[in-house]
Design a protein around this ligand. Structure first.
Ligand code: FE2
Length: 184
């Protein structure tokens, strides 16, 4: 079988760890730190996005229709974040993680089984993935502010953090309250 013409290594114009300097008036060390952080975040957000689509397809039980719709709404919102993060990486002169094997290698979110899970397990898995993302996003937001990369900081806080916090609210409302919540 013939090799695709574009698969040649000679066609690679920027390797993954190369930085293309652009006139952003931003310190190179700050740009490199943001690119590395954002690629980690991108892998995790892509994984959460795909987890939402898996759960959208595999929803079940009495709440099927509601969860089917909610999971797809969150999928769409995570997809928007993926594009925002990826294009910020390119703006900073980096190269985005893009393909599934690279994402699987990089993500900090535990691998989900191929099989179907019940609604409570789906929600618990999603909430854990959100926590991974929220934890790293807050740390990355603090670092980007300290480094003077305010454009990245704005995306992290205004888009990634707030979208994920809101989605956690919508998911967590489906989880029965722990006894402490019922105390007067
Ligand atoms: Fe669908």
């Amino acid at each position: 079988m013939k090799e695709p013409i574009t698969a040649s290594k000679r066609g690679e114009t920027q390797t993954f760890h190369m930085i293309r300097r652009t006139p952003l008036a931003l310190d190179e060390t700050a740009a490199v730190a943001s690119i590395n952080d954002l690629n980690q975040l991108l892998a995790d957000v892509m994984t959460l996005r795909d987890l939402y689509k898996k759960h959208h397809w595999q929803a079940s039980g009495p709440s099927f229709y509601m969860m089917h719709l909610l999971f797809d709404k969150h999928f769409e919102e995570q997809s928007a974040l993926v594009d925002l993060i990826a294009e910020r990486i390119q703006t900073l002169g980096g190269v985005t993680i893009a393909m599934a094997p690279d994402v699987a290698e990089a993500t900090l979110i535990p691998r989900a089984p191929k099989g179907r899970e019940n609604t409570a397990t789906q929600i618990a898995r999603l909430l854990h993935a959100h926590e991974v993302i929220l934890l790293e996003t807050r740390a990355m937001a603090r670092d980007s502010a300290a480094n003077g990369d305010l454009g990245t900081n704005d995306i992290l806080v205004s888009n990634v953090l707030r979208t994920n916090e809101l989605q956690v609210w919508f998911l967590a409302e489906h989880v029965p309250c722990k006894p402490i919540c019922d105390e007067e």
